[in-house]
Design a protein around this ligand. Structure first.
Ligand code: GRF
Length: 202
C-alpha cells in the first residue's frame, strides 16, 4: 500500500527479481492517490495497481468498508505499508493482526507517532541536533508507530544535512534494505512476535 513515489515498493520488486526476497509474489498495489508514481511502477512491472481514495467516498466509513472488502478479496498473507499515509481502518488492523508491516523513517520510539511523517521526521531530527537517525520496520497495531519492531538500521546525521538530503540517505542506507529484508524473513517464516518483542529465527 502506497501514497507516493514508491521507491520502497521498487526496492521490494527489485529484491524479488534478484532473489533476495524468496517465496513472495506481489498480488496488488493499492494507492490512496490516483497520480502516485508508485502505481506507474506497479504497471511497469505487470502488477495490478488500484486507487482507493477517501475522497471518492461520501463518508470515511464507506472508504473503510471499500478498503476492507478489497483487501479481503486479495486475501494477502502480508500487507506492506510502503509510504502509505492513510490511517488504516480498525477492522483491517484487527483482521490482519501481525500481518501488516510499516516502514518508518526514524529509530522508533524517537520521532514517531502522530504528525511524524515524510520530511517532518527529518526536520525534527535536524532541529534536535541528533547525530544518528535511521529507519524501523514494525508490525502495525492500533496505535501510530507502536507495534512490535522487526528491524532497525541506524544512519549518520551530518551537520550540513538538509531534510531532503537526510531523507535520501535514510532511504538509501536503511529503508531500501530493511524493508525487503523484513519481507523475506516473514515470507520464510523466520519472524516470531513474543509480546512486544520480535524474535528473528536463524
Ligand atoms: C519513506 O520515507 C517512508 O519511510 C515514509 O514515506 C516515504 C515513502 O517513500 N513513510 P516512497 O514512496 O517509498 O518513495
Amino acid at each position: 500500500m502506497v501514497s507516493g513515489g514508491g521507491t520502497n515498493l521498487q526496492a521490494i520488486i527489485d529484491a524479488i527479481g534478484s532473489g533476495k526476497i524468496t517465496n513472495t509474489q506481489i498480488v496488488a498495489v493499492i494507492s490512496n492517490k490516483k497520480d502516485a508514481y508508485a502505481l506507474t511502477r506497479a504497471k511497469e512491472n505487470g502488477i495490478e495497481g488500484i486507487c482507493i481514495s477517501p475522497k471518492d467516498y461520501p463518508a470515511r466509513e464507506d472508504f473503510n468498508e471499500a478498503l476492507a472488502s478489497k483487501l479481503e478479496e486479495y486475501a494477502p498473507d502480508l500487507i506492506i505499508l510502503a509510504g502509505y499515509l492513510v490511517i488504516l481502518p480498525k477492522q483491517v488492523i484487527s483482521r490482519f493482526t501481525n500481518r501488516i508491516i510499516n516502514i518508518h523513517p526514524s529509530l522508533i520510539p524517537s520521532f514517531c507517532g502522530d504528525g511524524f511523517y515524510g520530511l517532518k521526521v527529518h526536520e525534527a531530527v535536524l532541529a534536535r541536533g541528533n547525530k544518528v537517525t535511521g529507519a524501523t520496520v514494525h508490525f502495525v497495531d492500533e496505535g501510530t508507530d507502536t507495534g512490535p519492531i522487526i528491524l532497525q538500521k541506524a544512519v549518520e546525521v551530518k551537520f550540513d544535512d538538509t531534510p531532503e538530503i537526510l531523507q535520501r540517505r535514510v532511504m538509501e542506507e536503511a529503508e531500501w534494505n530493511i524493508l525487503p529484508e523484513a519481507v523475506n524473513l516473514i515470507a520464510n517464516d523466520r519472524v516470531r512476535v513474543e509480546g512486544r518483542r520480535v524474535r528473528i529465527l536463524s
